[in-house]
Design a protein around this ligand. Sequence first.
Ligand SMILES: Nc1ncnc2c1ncn2[C@@H]1O[C@H](COP(=O)(O)OP(=O)(O)OP(=O)(O)O)[C@@H](O)[C@H]1O
Length: 681
Amino acid sequence: MTSASTKLPFQAEVAQLLHLVTHSLYSNKEIFLRELISNASDACDKLRFEAINDGGLYEDQPNLEVRVTFDKAARTLTIADNGIGLSKQEAIDNLGTIAKSGTKDFMSKLSGDQKADAQLIGQFGVGFYSGFIVADKITVESRRAGMVAGEGVRWVSGGAGDFEVETIDRPQRGTSVTLHLREDAEDYLNAWKLKQVIGKYSDHISLPILMEKEEWKEGENDQPGDMVKTGEWEPVNKASALWTRAKKDITPEQYSEFYKTISHDYEAPLAWSHNRVEGSTEYTQLLFIPSKAPMDLWNRDKSAGLKLYVKRVFIMDDAEALLPSYLRFVKGVIDSADLPLNVSRELLQESRDVKAIREGSTKRVLAMLEDLANKAAAAASAKAAEDAQPADEAKTAEDAKPADEANADDEVTDVVDKKEDAAETHSEDAGKYAKFYAEFGAVLKEGLGEDHGNRDRIAKLLRFASSASDTVSVSLADYKARMKEGQEAIYYITADTLAAAKNSPQLELFKKKGIEVLLMTDRVDEWALSYLHEFDGTPLQSVAKGAVDLGSLQDEEEKKAAEAAAETFKPVLERLKEALKDKAEDVRVTTRLVDSPACLVVKDGGMSTQLARMLKQAGQPAPELKPVLEVNADHALVKKLETSAHFDDLANILFDQALLAEGGMPQDPAAYVRRVNALLI
Ligand SMILES: Nc1ncnc2c1ncn2[C@@H]1O[C@H](COP(=O)(O)OP(=O)(O)OP(=O)(O)O)[C@@H](O)[C@H]1O
């Protein structure tokens, strides 16, 4: 039965994306085949999963497969599967809209510059729509498993503003996607070329990808010979899931292509780890660390990146129970030998096997990161050794421990590495950790609050800028190694920007004393750091909180002088407190300032004014904070207070300037300007 076809418009974002696909992705045409074969394979996975509870869905075709055919005369290429298929409504919904989170954000980032956009589109993943890179028309015919032959669907589009759908008779289950190739894409009408592209991108697909065999036939009557189809089908891929193969049989390129298929990323991964884990629970893990953050990394509800299989049967995408949220950037596959096939998301949350997988995978990811970090450190000290005197050589050699040795304390106790499956992380170059950290460092920090058990390991992986280094490269261990004799804490400051942190008045005393201070500018820093009270036995101390106590680093003389100054300054302090009683919790004489007249601090354990500001901006409830104003009794402006006829104005200016210096905004900016101007005239 066929019905009249209906013309429907694409969702606006699809139309926009299609325009970009055809205009920007030209340099990497062949990926369309990977995308369509990957969709066909997903459709077969879905059928296998639904058939666990309803074997009838297989009808008379239990062998799932993908067939690739071409017709030179008609200039068409068809990718057909006997997977789950699409109902008419599903075709309308799935092939006319983009349901992905972050779509809007993605669209807004497109610049119109083809090269930059192609990169972005690559990260976003265009899936089915990539067919339009090579086709000026696509016909999809499909019947959903479980529906009758009369409920087939035909979907046709030229890739512009709309598509047409109609009901058709379709006895065979599954989907066939026929690409009507553009003139300049005719090279895909060639078995050799297709096999080559399939081998490159889709060899790891666990289903057989079949193509019709061809034979050379000599031409007759002086005509040239040609390849002719024999009617026999042959598989053109290995048809075994990549993660089930022995590591020695998998090349780095194959790992990389597999990663690209599951992640829809265009770039190769930074590192991966492939292991068979045995012990109380058995599973295979293949985990990848991407090179680039996706658009929606900051969405903590974003789908997780792991696919769950049970005994090679695909169960679900985005299995968030398999890794903690702070490792949501990791992509890969977990194939469990123990979980039941009909496991649900709810069941996953409670399963002991899943808990073991989660712990094992978390440790594996951290080990991968440690490996990258160690390689970076080894390269840095090798470089330092090159520049250094021979006397330094012994020390450098020890520092530059090989990564494997450094990982020897890896606690993945339930990993029994078989010889050929030994846990091993692949990464070549030393810059990878810095690259990883620039993309994902801020997310990793969430782990300090989220994963208490691994807090120390995560702390070791953190990198910061500091008053001694503008680049985000200082580890807490580096900092500790450079601490001054007598220094009792790791000092840090949080601010909105690196410039604000670096030039903060709070740093003046530390600069004068030559004490390094870590500069933190990520939004999560203050929250994350509130979970890290110490590192390797040394407490962490914000330089903007509490009174400065540099312990034995502080000069006795200086301390005494400050106390004396505070004493003589007392009457002015009292007047200041009175003048600022609505704004400041307290006013005191400081020892932390050298050049600036005043700064704001919060009480020990209190929330910084910066965090409170951020919470307010985000519409979250934040406590009304009254900071403490610390004044530098040696500063000319502060000295002027005592005799000033404009005491109140000057007091308010001091307070508001301290606020401005740390990136804040006076409560009443106009009043501030008025006061300053009055004094200027
Ligand atoms: N061969 C197919 N059989 C059944 N459904 C399909 C097939 N190809 C595509 N679809 C449906 O169309 C939807 C959209 O496909 P598309 O490739 O654009 O995105 P996706 O696969 O969901 O996302 P991504 O490719 O980024 O993972 C799929 O989610 C699926 O529901």
